[in-house]
Design a protein around this ligand. Sequence first.
Ligand SMILES: C[S@@+](CC[C@H](N)C(=O)[O-])C[C@H]1O[C@@H](n2cnc3c(N)ncnc32)[C@H](O)[C@@H]1O
Length: 171
Amino acid sequence: MPDARGSTPSPWIVQWAGLIPPGATVLDVAAGSGRHALFLAERGHKVTAVDRDIDRLPRHPAIEAIKADLEEGHPWPLPGRFFGAVVVTNYLHRPLMPTLLAALPPGGVLLYETFMVGNERFGKPSRPDFLLKDGELLELVRGTFSVVAYEARLISEPRMAMVQHIAARRL
Ligand SMILES: C[S@@+](CC[C@H](N)C(=O)[O-])C[C@H]1O[C@@H](n2cnc3c(N)ncnc32)[C@H](O)[C@@H]1O
């Protein structure tokens, strides 16, 4: 999937980062260039950033870089680890979802934002595998999380795209 937002943190993550308890650990999944890992490290969190390509991650004392393929049947690289928050942006691999939610104990915060159905009108990603279905993030957390904020909307910056995003806390 192309990185739609460059190196600026997503406004959604910036807006809801305050939900993460001060000093809580954060897991940044498919962290890419580490824009959120760095943003959250600078807010005082210890961040574990996982990606198959960790060369673009910033070197920072509060960022632990884990190189791992999260797909194709590879084992989850962080078994038994729990985090105060899980952050996922512009990445979707549905078989991983239960593992990501299981890494959050009660009170743990999920911040998730990625492309949704309708995005194919504007470009990539356009494959259904990479696009959330209508209401999919709400369905994902129903009954096990308290939803603080959710939106499905068209964004125009940095380019036109259909996205869904959620901020939720584990019950
Ligand atoms: C569009 S980028 C998003 C990066 C970051 N979350 C952001 O929003 O800036 C998608 C990321 O997923 C990572 N990725 C894709 N497939 C992966 C896989 N099978 N295992 C681990 N990381 C993967 C890519 O390396 C890339 O960094």
